[in-house]
Design a protein around this ligand. Structure first.
Ligand code: CDP
Length: 787
C-alpha cells in the first residue's frame, strides 16, 4: 500500500494488505518452514503404468549413512495405513503393496538427514516389477478383456466406476425426435494440470511428549484435512493441528490428501523428528492430481431459425487409477449438470460414465466449480457448431436463446436454480466493447483477399454455479459445506476475523477485512484476518470452486451484523436511550432525529469492555460467531469475445484481443476481481492453445516438465479488455457471487471458437484442444491429430 493511497471504508479498490510481505519476499510457505532436527523425505515412484510388485529390497538404502528410515507399503500395511480414503469415497494406495497402477505412483518413502541424501537413497531401493498391459485410452477401458486395474477392490471385474445421469431422458429424446435441426459433435476436454507455482508439500511434527501432531501443509482445506487425518489415525481433532501458511497457488491441486503428506506424518512418528516432504515439478505434474479428461459426445437440437430446443450429452470420464475426483458426494460428475448453459431450452439430458485407467488419480476442480469448465466448454462449442450448420452468426444465435432477465430465478431443466442475471446486457456490452460489426467487416475483407493470415472471432457465454454449498445437498466425505466465522472487536475498536477458508493468493486478508469494514465502519487496515490454522479458526470446508466469497464472505457479513446488533445495545446503554431509538450509519449508532447524539463503533467497543451497566442478560465485550449454511449457490456469468490471427502456413495462433465482461454481483474489491479475471483468462489461453497431458501407449507420461507441459506467459496473452455488469445475488447478504474461476471456465471456449471461426472457410468445423500449431495445421490439411 502506498502512503498516499486512500483506503476505502468498505468495498472499493484497494491494494492487497498481503502485498507488503509478498512483494518483499517475506511470504512464509511450507518450504520455508525449518524446525530443529528436521529430516527430509523423498518418494520413490513407479516407472511403470501398470505392474505387479514382486519384491522391494530396501537394505542398501537403509545402510546409507544419512538415512533414518525407509517406509514401504508393507511398513504402512503394518500400521493399517497402506490405503487412504479419497475425496470420492474410493481408496488410494499411500505406498503400493500389490501393484503399481500409474507411472509415478508412490512405492517407497525415504527419510534422511537432508533432501539430497533422501533422493540419493531412492536409487538404492531395488524393486522387482512384473509389467502388466496398461489401460491408457479411456475409450478402451470397458472393452471385454481389458486388464482390470482395481483388482484390490473386492468383486471388481472391470474398470467401471460409476454411471450418473441428470435431466429428463424421455422428454429430451422426444424434443430431439421432433427437432428440425440436430447438430452433433464429439469433443475431448483434455487432461490438464493446475500447475501452481508452488508444488505440494508438508512438514509433519509428531510431538512424542504431548502426542500432538502439527502439520504445515499446502492445503486449500485445512479443517477437512484435519478431520480426515483424525478419522484415519483415530486421533482426536485437538491432537492434530493443520497449518496452511502462505500458499503459492492452489487451483484445485491442493484440495486432496496426497501420499507424500501421509508419509511425512508416518516418517515423523517413526523417527520422532519433524519430517519435510516437498515434491519437485515433475512429481507434481505426473502424480499430484489432474483435471478434466472428459470425452464428450454432444448433441444440440433447434428449429431451422435457430431456437435452441434441447441438449443431449454422453460423457466418458477418465478418472485415472483411483477415483480421487473432488466434488460433493451426491455429484460424481461434479456440477456438470449445468451443461444447459445460459440458454432457455425445453429439455436436456446427460449421462456420465466414469472409468479407471492407468493414469494418475485426480479429477480435481482446476479453477472451476467441480466440472463446470467441461460443461461450459461443451455447450459453448455446441452452440457454435449449430451456428456453423445453420449459417447463423454465433452472436445472433446466442442473443436469440439467452435466458431473459425476467426468467430469474430460473429453474434449469437439470434442477439448478440460477439466482439472478441479465445475460443479453452482458453479451451486448462485450460485443460493443470489441466492436463486433467492424471486426466481422474486417474478416470478410480479409477472406475475400485470401492469403495465409486467417482471422477468427469467437465468443462464449457462461454461467457458473459457485459457493458449495447448501448442507442438505452438499457434503464432502460426509462433512457438510457450511463455514464458520468469528469476529472479535478489541477494546480499542480494532478487530480480528477468523475464517475457515484458506487464501492461496486471492487476497482474502484484504477483501474479508473490507466486508467487515463495510458492515461496521472499521478501517480494513484495522482488521486482521486469521486463516489457515485449525487451532486458530472455526471449522469449515476450505477454498475451492470459488466458494470463499459465497460462503465465508456471507458468514463474515452475518457475523459483522451480529456484532453491529450487539453494539447497538451497548450504544443504547451509553446514550441512555432505548435501542429502538437508534439508527445506524457506517461506523456509528446515533439517536434517530439527532445525528449529533451518537457513538462510534470504537467508543462502543471500549464501553463494551468497561464497567458500563448493560441490560439484564447482555454480556460484555463485542464479538460474535456464526455458521453460514448457504441457501443456494451463486451464479456468476459472463460474456467473452476473442479475436485471433492464425498463420495458415505454420498453424500458429496469436490471440489479438480478448474482451471479458464479468458479472459477479457486488464487487468487494474491483482490483482483486480484475486480477482474478486476468489470471483465469491466461489459464484459458493455456488450455485452449498449449496444454494437454499426453501419454504414450505404454502409459508413459509425456509432460513431466514445463518444457513439454506449456504454461502461457505474457508473450501469448493480449492486453485483456475487461467490462462488468452488476447483478447482485438476491440470497447473499452482500449480493456478491464468486469470481475466482469464472475466467478459467469461460475463456477456453471463446479461444477455441475464435480459432475454429478462422478455419471455417477451410471446411473445419471442430478440432480438439490444445490447438497447438501442429493441431491447427493438421486441421487445415484435413488430417487427424493426436492431442
Ligand atoms: O474461493 P476463492 O477465493 O478462490 O474465490 P472467490 O470467492 O471468487 O474470491 C476471489 C477473490 O475475489 C477474493 O479475494 C474475493 O473476496 C474477491 N471477490 C470480490 O472482491 N468480489 C466478488 N464479488 C467476488 C470475489
Amino acid at each position: 500500500m502506498t502512503a498516499t493511497e486512500e483506503v476505502p471504508m468498505g468495498f472499493g479498490r484497494m491494494h492487497r494488505k498481503e502485498d507488503a510481505r509478498f512483494l518483499r519476499g517475506r511470504g512464509n510457505y511450507v518450504d520455508d518452514v525449518v524446525l530443529p532436527g528436521m529430516l527430509h523425505g523423498a518418494v520413490l515412484r513407479s516407472p511403470y503404468a501398470h505392474a505387479k510388485i514382486l519384491s522391494v529390497d530396501t537394505s542398501a538404502a537403509e545402510a546409507h549413512p544419512k538415512v533414518r528410515a525407509v517406509i514401504t507399503g508393507e511398513t504402512l500395511a503394518g500400521l493399517d495405513l497402506a490405503w487412504m480414503p479419497t475425496l470420492s469415497g474410493d481408496v488410494q494406495a499411500v505406498l503400493a503393496t500389490d501393484k503399481v497402477r500409474f507411472q509415478g505412483q508412490e512405492v517407497a518413502f525415504v527419510v534422511a538427514e537432508d533432501r539430497y541424501s533422501a533422493r540419493d537413497a531412492l536409487e538404492l531401493i531395488d524393486v522387482e516389477y512384473e509389467p502388466l498391459a496398461p489401460v491408457v485410452d479411456a475409450r478402451k477401458a470397458l472393452d471385454a478383456g481389458a486388464p482390470v486395474i482395481r483388482d484390490d477392490l473386492e468383486g471388481r471385474a472391470d474398470n467401471h466406476i460409476f454411471d450418473w445421469e441428470t435431466g429428463d431422458k424421455a422428454r429430451t429424446d422426444e424434443v430431439f425426435a421432433n427437432a428440425e435441426v440436430v447438430a452433433v459433435q464429439d469433443m475431448l476436454y483434455p487432461r490438464v494440470h493446475p500447475a501452481p507455482m508452488e508444488t505440494c508439500g508438508s512438514v509433519a511434527d509428531m510431538d512424542p511428549v504431548t502426542g500432538k501432531l502439527t502439520i504445515w501443509t499446502t492445503t486449500q482445506a485445512p479443517h477437512a484435512h484435519r478431520t480426515v487425518y483424525a478419522l484415519v489415525a483415530g486421533l482426536p481433532e485437538h491432537k492434530i493441528r493443520v497449518i496452511s501458511p502462505d500458499i503459492g497457488g492452489g487451483f484445485g491441486n491442493k484440495v486432496g490428501i496426497y501420499p507424500g503428506y501421509v508419509c511425512s506424518i508416518v516418517g515423523s512418528i517413526l523417527t520422532g523428528k519433524p519430517v519435510k516432504w516437498m515434491e519437485d515439478r515433475s512429481e507434481n505434474l505426473m502424480s499430484t492430481s489432474f483435471a478434466r479428461d472428459y470425452h464428450m459426445h454432444g448433441e444440440i437440437a433447434s428449429t431451422k431459425d435457430g431456437k435452441i430446443l434441447g441438449v443431449r450429452v454422453k460423457v466418458l470420464a477418465d478418472h485415472g487409477a483411483f477415483n480421487g475426483t473432488a466434488q460433493p458426494t451426491k455429484y460424481p460428475a461434479g456440477f456438470f449438470g449445468v451443461f444447459t448453459g445460459s440458454y432457455d431450452i425445453e429439455a436436456a439430458h446427460a449421462e456420465v460414465t466414469g472409468v479407471y485407467t492407468n493414469k494418475a488419480p485426480g479429477g480435481v476442480a482446476y479453477a472451476c466449480s467441480f466440472r463446470i469448465t467441461e460443461a461450459v466448454y461443451l455447450v459453448e462449442r455446441l452452440v457454435d457448431v449449430l451456428a456453423h450448420d445453420l449459417g447463423l452468426d454465433p452472436a445472433e444465435l446466442r442473443l436469440r436463446n439467452l435466458l431473459r432477465p425476467e426468467q430469474f430465478p430460473y429453474q434449469s431443466k437439470t434442477g439448478w436454480e440460477y439466482d439472478s442475471g441479465d445475460y443479453p446486457r452482458a453479451l451486448r456490452l462485450a460485443l460493443d466493447m470489441v466492436g463486433y460489426e467492424k471486426l466481422r467487416e474486417e474478416q470478410a475483407k480479409r477472406r475475400e483477399a485470401g492469403g495465409e493470415q486467417l482471422m477468427g472471432i469467437g465468443m462464449a457465454f457462461f454461467t457458473e454455479a459457485v459457493g458449495a454449498g447448501p448442507r442438505k445437498h452438499m457434503d464432502i466425505l460426509g462433512l457438510g459445506m457450511a463455514d464458520g466465522a468469528e469476529l472479535r472487536v478489541h477494546p480499542t475498536g480494532k478487530a480480528v476475523l477468523r475464517l475457515s477458508v484458506q487464501s492461496q493468493g486471492q487476497g482474502h486478508e484484504t477483501t474479508f477485512a473490507q466486508i467487515v469494514a463495510e458492515e461496521l465502519g472499521i478501517s480494513p487496515e484495522d482488521i486482521d484476518v486469521v486463516h489457515g490454522d485449525t487451532d486458530q479458526t472455526p471449522f469449515g470446508l476450505g477454498t475451492y470452486g470459488s466458494r470463499s466469497t459465497p460462503v465465508s464472505g456471507a458468514a463474515t457479513a452475518v457475523v459483522a451484523r451480529k456484532v453491529r446488533e450487539r453494539a447497538k445495545i451497548v450504544a443504547a446503554a451509553m446514550l441512555e436511550v432505548s435501542a429502538d431509538d437508534l439508527e445506524w450509519e457506517k461506523g456509528r449508532w446515533f439517536v434517530k432525529g439527532d445525528r449529533a447524539a451518537g457513538k462510534s463503533i470504537q467508543d462502543i467497543a471500549m464501553a463494551a469492555h468497561s464497567n458500563l451497566e448493560l441490560p439484564e442478560g447482555v454480556e460484555g465485550h463485542l464479538d460474535a460467531t456464526c455458521v453460514y449454511n448457504p441457501p443456494n449457490l451463486t451464479y456468476p456469468f459472463g460474456a467473452y469475445v476473442c479475436v485471433v490471427d492464425v498463420d495458415a502456413g505454420t498453424g500458429q495462433v496469436k490471440v489479438r484481443r480478448f474482451v471479458a465482461v464479468d458479472d459477479c454481483g457486488v464487487r468487494i474489491n474491483p482490483m482483486i476481481v480484475e486480477g482474478q479475471v486476468h489470471g483465469g483468462l491466461a489459464d484459458g489461453v493455456g488450455m485452449a492453445l498449449m496444454q494437454g497431458m499426453a501419454f504414450d501407449e505404454d502409459g508413459n507420461h509425456l509432460g513431466g516438465s514445463f518444457m513439454d507441459y506449456l504454461l502461457p506467459t505474457s508473450m501469448e496473452c493480449p492486453s485483456w479488455e475487461l467490462g462488468e455488469t452488476v447483478t447482485p445475488s438476491p440470497h447473499h447478504p452482500i449480493g456478491a457471487k464468486g469470481v475466482g474461476e469464472s475466467a478459467t471456465v469461460g475463456s477456453p471456449a471463446a479461444v477455441v471458437n475464435a480459432v475454429l471461426d478462422a478455419l471455417k472457410p477451410h471446411g473445419v468445423r471442430h478440432a480438439d484442444m490444445p490447438l497447438t500449431p501442429a493441431a491447427v495445421w493438421c486441421a487445415l490439411q484435413g488430417r487427424p491429430i493426436r492431442t
